[in-house]
Structures are given as C-alpha cells and as structure tokens.
Design a protein around this ligand. Sequence first.
Ligand SMILES: CC(C)(COP(=O)(O)OP(=O)(O)OC[C@H]1O[C@@H](n2cnc3c(N)ncnc32)[C@H](O)[C@@H]1OP(=O)(O)O)[C@@H](O)C(=O)NCCC(=O)NCCS
Length: 215
Amino acid sequence: MRRRRLPIRDMAPTSGPGVTTPGQVAECLTLPGVTLIPMTHQDLEAFVDQEVADYADERVFDGTWSRHDAPERARAQLVRVIAWEHEALTAERQRLLTATDVNGERVGWLWVKLGPPGPWSTSAFLCQMTVPRPFRHHGYGRSMLAALEALLAGEGISDLRLNVYESNLAAKSLYAAVGYRLAEQYPTMRQLQKTLSGGLDAGVQSSDPGPVSVG
Ligand SMILES: CC(C)(COP(=O)(O)OP(=O)(O)OC[C@H]1O[C@@H](n2cnc3c(N)ncnc32)[C@H](O)[C@@H]1OP(=O)(O)O)[C@@H](O)C(=O)NCCC(=O)NCCS
C-alpha cells in the first residue's frame, strides 16, 4: 500500500489526528486507518518475535554478532524486557495495545506505562512501538502514534515521553516528524517528550480502553 499526498482542500475530515490546517502546510498526508485494541497473548508473542528479530539485525548490522547466532543472543539479552512485557499484559498501569488496519490485520504493537495514579497523574511513557517488517514505511507508525496520543489525551494525560537510541534513525525521524522534542540527552539515547492536548470525548477511561480508531 502506498500513501497518497493530497492537497488539503481534497481532504476530509478537516480535523482530528493526522490532519493539519491550511495555515500550517500546503499539503498533508493521508494516514492509513488504525484501531488500537488490547493485546492478546498471541499478539504479544508476535510482538516479542519482531522485537528480537529487530535487535538481532541491529547487532549484525553494527558488526557485533554473526548472522548465525544473532537471534539466540538477541533473545537472551532481551529476556528481562520480554518478562516485563508479559507482566504488562495484566499490570494495572500498563497498556499493551495492538494496532489493526481497516481489514482487521495486525499492523503494529505499543507498550505504554501510565504514571502513578491520582488526580495529578498526567504522564505516560511509551516503552516500545513496533510495526511488523512487511508493514513498515506505509504510515502505520505515524497513525499508531496519533491514535495513542488521542487515547491518552482522552484520559487526561498531557505528557508523553519515550527513549530512543541515537542509532535508530527511522524512529528518530518518525518522532521528530510528529512533534516530539528533546527532553534529555544520554550518551547513546535521547528522551523525547510531547505535550498532548485535546482528547477524545468517548469513554476510554477504564483500564480496558476499548478500541480507538484514527484515520
Ligand atoms: C520506527 C517504526 C515504528 C516506524 O514505523 P513505520 O510504520 O515504518 O513509520 P511510518 O511509515 O509511519 O513513517 C513515518 C515517518 O517515520 C520516518 N521513517 C520511518 N521509517 C524510516 C526509515 N527507515 N528511515 C528514515 N525515516 C523513516 C519518516 O520520517 C516517515 O515519514 P515519511 O514517510 O513521510 O518520510 C518502525 O520502523 C519499527 O517498528 N522499527 C523497529 C522498532 C523500533 O525501532 N521502534 C521504536 C523504538 S523507540
């Protein structure tokens, strides 16, 4: 699937995530529609498998490991993260979400931690987002972020942060393109922040957020 760039006058609707106003730019992207739903155990396994494959590829690419044993070494090194992701399935202040496209196909996964509960709880941390390799560069990452931001803003969260490795050019480029700003600089990674505004009117307040769609 290829994304089309349309003049803004040809686009509908005229507001909402992924839609800019005429005063901002002369054209904007048509984003593929995604819906965020709670992750199943099966989705989690697919998410972890893709995460391991990506990590193995990075280490092969930077010359650290051989292609032969990279998958095994990657899984061994990520064992703690994988355990945290399994815990997140049932943890109260965490969300594991699957993004589906308009045909119900899985096009990505998100892992988010919400800040501590209470009336001043306005922060969340995006621990991971992954688009399965065959679906990359079709706009799904951008759509998933827009849907997530809408979901969180609807719950009163205004501060979304994430860490990204300096070497991860694709992710850095994506976050910069959709308005994430430098919050902290570390030796090999940076923390980015976005202030969320607006939000959904729909009832997305419970620990089961229900489906949230964008696009
Ligand atoms: C990072 C990731 C989520 C992006 O998802 P995606 O669906 O491919 O991204 P999109 O198609 O929505 O691209 C949106 C923008 O991201 C940037 N981008 C995406 N892939 C890129 C690449 N390979 N190189 C450079 N920029 C890239 C571009 O700015 C792009 O906008 P453009 O198409 O107008 O140029 C995906 O590559 C991925 O899952 N990577 C592995 C996991 C990961 O690194 N997650 C982030 C952890 S912090």
